[in-house]
Design a protein around this ligand. Sequence first.
Ligand code: SF4
Length: 451
Amino acid sequence: MASDDPEPIVEVQNVSKLFGTTQGVTDRLLGRDPTPVRAVDGVDLTINEGDIMGIAGESGCGKTTLGKLLVKLHEATHGTIEFDGKDISDLSKTERNEFRQRVQMIFQDPFESLNPRMTVFQSVMEPLKINDIGAGYQDRRDRVKQVLNDVGLAPAEAYLDEFPKELSGGERQRVAIARALIVNPDFIVCDEPVSMLDVSIRAGVLNLMKELQDEYGLTYVFISHDLSLIRYMCDRTAIMYLGNVIEQGPTSEVVMNPKHPYTEALFDAVPEIDPEAERHRANVTGEVPDPRNPPAGCRFHPRCSNIIPPEGWAGSQEAFRRVFQFKSRVLQDDLDPEEATENAASESTDAILERGLALELPEEHSLDAEASRSIDPSVLDLPADAERTLREAAERLLEGDFEAAKAEVEDEFESICERENPAVREAGTQVTACHLYEEEAGEPVAPGVSD
Ligand code: SF4
């Protein structure tokens, strides 16, 4: 339960985690530098005592890596993480032992996190032994029984001698929760804690976790791609995209009044429970880019529906978004004239324009498959000079001169979004990294400030 006077328990400042920083065999043979994956990149986050903090985003966005950094299963490549005011990369042996007791993690797959050869009693008691807690066997056995009852495995005696394979998925996850709780922690990171469970028992486990939060005085981080879970459980939420936290704030505001275009798209994509309700469309194009080679500027710009036109652009923002996408596809050799014209009566610049200006929405987000394959340029308010440039590029493509086509567009249609990485700024109750908020927000927010 969030307190009225919150004290930070975890402070993350400008933290990055890079994987693949050393040269592999192929790199050595080819004499090239390694290309690391920036799984987490420059993240600032404050988690207050007693909060449930959600970390959400598509798979591969870096949320699990961030969770493992918080519990010291990974070491940060750059930046600092403080737990209760102490830098966790600089702990003495005693402090490290204390940290291992106060900070726990619950994983997605309870079957993998439990040793199949240990009984429930052995599994739950093991952390007591490791942390040297309890006055002998009987005291430890009593503590195990107490915590099993607390997680709803009652009567505890019925479970003590069971092996994981004899339990249901829900019971196994309750054992994993008991293992985390037995050492009386203060902070638990839960990584997709119910995603492997049957839908019918998820709510029961989540409600139990809420009750345990009060009983044990816990602070949680919930990592999930499931936005309904985030909405249900979390006081505050951080949204991640390609290793960056692009928005964070009170969950109700992040859900109901998202500031960042990616957050908006993410929540628009959540299916409505009511089949009669009007379905929203996640208005993002393309797929998540390769984290080894993220886009320059704002990492979301190749997919963003709000990409900002340059000063002096005379058409609509929608027209600019399509023109920008046309340009990107030409530069990436992604606009094949044969494919563009295969359904047309003859090859023509019109056919290339129709194809190149259509928004490439992922199939599951597109309500009209035909509209995402082609669009009549005359329905867009394209400025005449922009249309001329696009036609020149299309003609070069038809001639098979791809380099000349690139030369036509590469210095045109520039957006601040592709040039400059937006700083994190305040926007209402949230903080967000988007150029749309720069003018009204003023100075960037200092690292770690989230309230
Ligand atoms: S900075 Fe530009 S591209 Fe990035 S989210 Fe904001 S409007 Fe979209």
